[in-house]
Design a protein around this ligand. Structure first.
Ligand SMILES: CC(C)(COP(=O)(O)OP(=O)(O)OC[C@H]1O[C@@H](n2cnc3c(N)ncnc32)[C@H](O)[C@@H]1OP(=O)(O)O)[C@@H](O)C(=O)NCCC(=O)NCCS
Length: 282
């Protein structure tokens, strides 16, 4: 089925609600979507230069994934001495050496419906959820999470404990997008459809949500999300975790400050030096 027909079929089965469970064609189209996601042929969001954000969100893909949860029944699976119970429609992906992906032993899993390009390295423990897209040469370090439908570009480094939010829970309309050559530092959190443009650097501990104001010290702007536009971190921005003073009410009286993200500079030679990665590990 071509992606347009698959979209129509998924939308129809999703709209059928609980009745879809009794329709074998619903499972067939879900499984077709799942393999199209795993081969990278279909994505939850894809680059589209004609749109203001540069990304087109394929909302029907999320509907298809939710359909998979509706159709799934609980099943037990065993891995050595361990056992797991989950919806049978979302088992762990079984990778082989021919896939060209390194999944290092130790507490990691890639859920069915996730795409990983050749050359991706996964350090344990880490988790890549369904619908996620992880492109060539990206490193997913220990304790990192790639949430459902998140889109991760080429040569991205998701450092230890970096958390990339998903679209399923809490319910978000758009996936998080991390474009090519971004460094997401240790313990960062990127949530709620935030787009991080090419080559940006998030210093360790930076948190970005729809509600986080980002103070650009270089350009003198304050970046925020709008009702119809996610938070967008500009290309090459170096973002560090900061604070802003509360200037009203009790907050001022108590001398409080709130978390803020701050663009201290745009990528330069020193940043390249600070973020150089060890090729031999890849
Ligand atoms: C952002 C980072 C890459 C530094 O980039 P850089 O281009 O070398 O930055 P610079 O040292 O030139 O610093 C620029 C400014 O930002 C400030 N700054 C840099 N890193 C900062 C941080 N993490 N938190 C707060 N401020 C920071 C510097 O003090 C400097 O401000 P100043 O000029 O007022 O002193 C580095 O701090 C970082 O977070 N690296 C990621 C580490 C990591 O998570 N590794 C994971 C391994 S698994």
């Amino acid at each position: 089925m071509n992606p347009t027909d698959l979209q129509k079929t998924i939308e129809r089965h999703f709209a059928a609600g609980a009745d879809a469970a009794a329709d074998p064609a619903a499972m067939e189209s879900f499984l077709e979507l799942r393999s199209a996601l795993e081969s990278g042929e279909v994505r939850a969001a894809e680059p589209d230069a004609a749109l203001p954000t540069g990304w087109r969100v394929n909302a029907w893909v999320k509907q298809g994934i939710l359909l998979g949860f509706r159709l799934g029944t609980l099943e037990q699976r065993a891995a050595g001495a361990l056992s797991f119970v989950d919806k049978h429609t979302f088992p762990a992906r079984m990778l082989s050496a021919d896939d060209g992906i390194r999944l290092v032993i130790g507490g990691s899993a890639v859920r069915a419906g996730a795409y990983l390009a050749r050359g991706v390295v996964c350090a344990p423990p880490m988790y890549i959820n369904t619908g996620a897209y992880v492109d060539e040469g990206t490193m997913v370090d220990s304790h990192a999470l790639v949430g459902s439908c998140a889109q991760i570009g080429k040569r991205v480094h998701l450092s230890a404990a970096a958390q990339i939010g998903g679209v399923l829970e809490p319910v978000n309309a758009s996936p998080v997008v991390i474009e090519d050559d971004v460094l997401v530092g240790g313990n960062c959190g990127v949530y709620e459809g935030t787009i991080v443009r090419k080559g940006a650097v998030l210093a360790a501990g930076t948190i970005l949500t729809r509600g986080t104001p980002v103070f650009d010290l270089v350009k003198g702007d304050v970046l925020r999300s709008l009702a119809d536009k996610p938070l967008i971190i500009p290309e090459g921005a170096v973002v560090v975790p900061g604070a802003r003073s509360v200037n009203k009410g009790k907050g001022q009286e108590w001398g409080l400050s709130l978390y803020a993200a701050v663009i201290v500079k745009y990528r330069d030679d020193k940043t390249d030096l600070s973020t150089t990665l060890e090729d031999l590990l890849r």
